[in-house]
Write a protein that binds this ligand. Sequence first.
Ligand SMILES: [Cu+2]
Length: 147
Amino acid sequence: MRLIGLALLLAAGAAQAQVEVDNAWARATAPGAPVAGGYMTIRNKGPAPDRLIGASSSAAAKVELHVHVKEGEVVKMRQVPAYDIPANGSFELKPGGAHLMFMQIARPFKEGEKVPVKLRFEKAGEVSVDFAVGRLGAVAPPAAHKH
Ligand SMILES: [Cu+2]
């Protein structure tokens, strides 16, 4: 019985590992700013496409999925219901493109802090990721800590 239990656990772990998140980071915010942007690269190592269908964080009232769209000369943010993550591919969230929007943040995001986020994927389920807070206005993730 114990062996079967272990095999099931390993199988569940393998299914979870189909989706990986790299370079998760958020921008520091100015005092009083109500929102913050979050960025990451989502890698899908599985043979089937997946979708990011939601996110939440204890640091914000809600977390929305946003994209930037050009309307004439004006670039606007728009909320979308999901991001498609191609099979054996990746989807990048970055400044000026797709991003997580932390709405009504509880307090300013400070450089060096971590913001806990729960991502919900259609197939991979819930994935917890810590977003490292980089500089105010940064366009690239903070340098990774080497241990
Ligand atoms: Cu936004």
